[in-house]
Write a protein that binds this ligand. Structure first.
Ligand code: BV8
Ligand code: ZN
Length: 248
């Protein structure tokens, strides 16, 4: 895979760099993406499972689905793509990482500041009174955990379809897209809004936009450069070529 010189030059001149990641960056950690042929949605309907209505109509199914995903995530390790992004934070000044992922692998790889647009799958809170829940989640006979204060059902602290994204994270992400000189969209199909707006905000604001994805996406035609490679291969290669480029 060749890293175009135009990208290396853009990175060298950039005053600020923003990276948006999606499920594809965790694929090489063994965590299925959502929309790939063998993805999570191929077996389940997102509206049924990752939504308030879905939870209200079948809390047992939704809770078990998240417990199943948590178990996979707990056994997963960050991959070379996560570590490369953590290194970018040190390599580039004014570096901002925004993720749609809920698996916290960026943090486990050493990224110190991660804007989580869709919450995280590790934490839980009360569906009714919103209080954080730190009690037991693995109850016998598939019982659902209940809030010790109001008795409400406990839910994962992810953002479901139809729910608003956390205001601070979304504002920071939009500002980072608007102000950056280079924007990298890594491992995302760019199909979920408002996150999918971010690469376009960056493009319209004059940023050099890059897609790192083995497949084409809805935004590929806007990109200045497309690295048609997996993130675990492309990102370490990008860092290696960049270091050579600035040392020459
Ligand atoms: C909201 C947390 C508003 C839960 C998730 C029509 C038009 C515009 C918007 C909408 C619309 N209809 C409905 C909406 C709104 C909806 C939406 O965008 N729907 C889409 C499907 C059309 N959005 C919402 O509901 C959002 N909220 O809009 O609120 C509102 C207004 C008023 C009042 C109330 C509300 C909330 C969206 C958040 C949903 N939560 N996750 C959970 O995880 O269970 S979304 C879910 O999709 C994940 O977070 C995931 O990250 C996200 C995006 O998917 P991707 O990350 O891109 O993953 P995907 O599988 O799609 O793609 C993977 C890519 O990786 C592929 O391109 C593949 O080629 C590539 N890849 C594979 N392997 C690799 C790789 N790349 C690199 N390396 C590899 N190895
Ligand atoms: Zn409660």
């Amino acid at each position: 895979m060749v890293i175009p010189e135009s990208l290396l030059e853009a990175l060298e001149k950039a005053r600020s760099i923003t990276v948006l990641t999606g499920a594809g960056v965790s694929a090489e950690s063994g965590i299925k993406t959502f929309r790939d042929p063998d993805g999570l949605w191929s077996q389940f309907n997102p509206a049924e499972l990752a939504s308030v209505d879905g939870f209200m109509s079948n809390p047992e199914l939704v809770w078990q689905w998240y417990q199943y995903r948590r178990q996979i995530i707990n056994n997963a390790m960050p991959n070379a793509g996560h570590y490369a992004i953590a290194e970018m934070e040190k390599l580039f000044k004014n570096f901002v990482l925004v993720t749609q992922n809920v698996d916290r692998l960026h943090q486990r790889a050493g990224s110190s500041k991660v804007w989580e647009l869709h919450g995280n799958i590790i934490d839980n809170h009360c569906f009714n009174c919103k209080r954080p829940y730190i009690g037991e989640t693995n109850l016998p006979d598939k019982q659902l955990p209940k809030c010790p204060v109001c008795g409400g059902l406990i839910r994962p602290s992810v953002v479901w379809f139809g729910e608003l994204l956390p205001f601070e994270a979304l504002s920071a992400a939009e500002e980072a897209a608007y102000n950056c000189d280079v924007f990298l969209s890594v491992g995302t199909s760019a199909e979920v809004y408002p996150a999918a707006n971010l690469p376009l905000i960056a493009k319209r604001s004059g940023a050099f936009v890059v897609e790192v994805n083995p497949n084409r996406t809805a935004i590929s035609h806007y990109m200045d450069v497309c690295l048609r490679e997996t993130s675990a291969v492309a990102l370490p290669k990008l860092i290696e070529e960049y270091k050579k480029f600035i040392s020459d």
